[in-house]
Design a protein around this ligand. Structure first.
Ligand SMILES: [Ca+2]
Ligand SMILES: [Ca+2]
Ligand SMILES: [Ca+2]
Ligand SMILES: [Ca+2]
Length: 425
């Protein structure tokens, strides 16, 4: 009967061994009769990963081994006498050794998460998990964030040991409404293997900004003829927070004591609603607010009333009478007339004139002050009385009149005495 040189054999082989490589184990049996022996595998090679040289007993690996599938083989090798049907068997234990041939694998290729911009730094937002089918250091995984163009690594930090992702700083929906980065899992093999997964972060909007008026102040004009319900102006505010876009509320908070104006709370349209006393002042100044429910901002709305020319200039009396001593030099003061006009601006701005060409040869009026002076010496003997029509005209062409009666006094008399005598008579 053949006799093996060992009671059993062991060998180990890397799982990535090249096909048709021999194992290092040397199996030897001898025939006591010195006859030639033939080797064969009789058991443990169901899938024919191994082949045996029947002459030499050298075992070859002929199909791929995979530590992750099968870590050990027990082959039964038979040595048979070439002449007589006698044989002996021995066990060969083949241990498959792990090599780092499995990359870590994430449980998901992509992670989609939503994080509120109100979440403070340090918040844990996600935990990525990977598996590595190797053993030992070949399956020890560490995690990293791959730096990418959008600088997401400024915002996120990953625990290299357990894959937890934290906020390094709080997010800002208004700045970036989403982030994307890749995480990489790297095993400890030499050389190492790695794989990546995408992380998509949607930044949820919160109300963290105040609304702002498009203009710090508004000026608009409204005719004095305006009617009830008439559009006055529109104020508009914007809010960087998307969640507030439909939420802004406008209010008049000052300058509207008589409730002359109203504002539409949602559109910001200001209209005229109370006609009572509305044109009393030429300017109204409203303080208008806008709020998103938390933050409030203000603007000023100046409403200028454009006047209508409703009134004539009016003199206090229809006529006045004055006396001027004869023979005074030209330029002598005669009198000053004043007319009033209730309208605003140019419609209330009065100019004076003497419409009579004939009288303008003798008298002159300052068109602004209403001061009348003589243009030449008066002669009591030639004309004792002048009746000067004076016209006051406003910027809209409306006018009023006064008659200025000028009595010419005799210079031979002492004027004060003359007056006294006149009163007595
Ligand atoms: Ca591995
Ligand atoms: Ca492996
Ligand atoms: Ca807001
Ligand atoms: Ca926001």
């Amino acid at each position: 009967m053949p006799l093996f040189d060992k009671q059993f054999y062991t060998d180990s082989v890397l799982e990535n061994i090249e096909l048709h490589s021999p194992l290092s184990v040397s199996i030897q049996a001898e025939s006591p009769l010195g006859r030639k022996l033939i080797y064969s595998i009789v058991k443990g090679n169901d899938f024919e990963e191994f082949a045996l040289d029947f002459n030499t007993g050298v075992i070859y690996v002929v199909d791929e081994l995979d530590y992750e599938q099968k870590q050990q083989y027990e082959l039964t090798i038979r040595a048979t006498d070439g002449v007589f049907p006698v044989y002996a068997e021995v066990l060969v234990s083949i241990l498959v050794q792990d090599v780092n041939d499995c990359p870590p694998e994430f449980t998901q290729d992509a992670y989609n998460i939503s994080v509120s911009e109100a979440a403070p730094f340090g918040t844990s937002v996600l935990k990525v998990i990977s598996r590595d089918n190797d053993t030992g250091i070949n399956q020890n995984v560490r995690y990293e964030i791959q730096t990418d163009s959008s600088n997401s690594s400024e915002y996120f930090h990953i625990d290299p040991e357990d894959g937890s992702i934290y906020l390094k700083r709080s997010l800002d929906h208004e700045l970036h409404d989403s982030h994307h980065f890749t995480v990489v899992a790297i095993d400890g093999g030499v050389p190492s293997l790695s794989s990546t997964a995408h992380v998509w972060v949607t930044v949820l909007d919160m109300n963290d900004n105040p609304p702002k008026f498009e203009q710090p102040s508004y000026t608009c004009f409204l005719s004095e003829h305006a009617q009830r319900g008439q559009f006055v102006t529109l104020v508009t505010a914007s809010d960087p927070d998307y969640v507030d876009h439909e939420r802004l509320v406008y209010t008049i908070v000052g300058g509207n004591e008589q409730q002359t104006f109203s504002i539409d709370h949602t559109t910001g349209i200001i209209s005229l609603i109370n006609m009572q006393n509305f044109a009393e002042r030429s300017t109204s100044l409203l303080n208008v607010s806008v709020t998103d429910g938390v933050y409030t901002s203000f603007t000023r709305v100046k409403i200028e009333i454009l006047p209508a020319n409703r009134n004539n200039p009016v003199f206090p009396q229809p006529q006045i009478e004055v006396k001027v001593v004869e023979n005074q030099p030209h330029g002598t003061f005669v009198t000053q007339v004043t007319a009033h006009d209730k309208d605003f601006l140019s419609y209330g701005d009065v100019r004076y004139s003497i419409p009579s060409e004939l009288l303008r040869e003798t008298f002159e009026i300052d068109k602004r002050t209403g001061v009348i002076v003589t243009k030449k010496k008066l002669d009591c003997e030639a004309q004792k009385l002048y009746e000067i029509p004076v016209m006051a005209t406003d910027g809209g062409g409306r006018s009023g009149f006064i008659i200025v009666r000028v009595k010419v006094a005799d210079e031979n008399d002492n004027p004060p005495k003359f007056l006294l005598r006149e009163y007595k008579a």
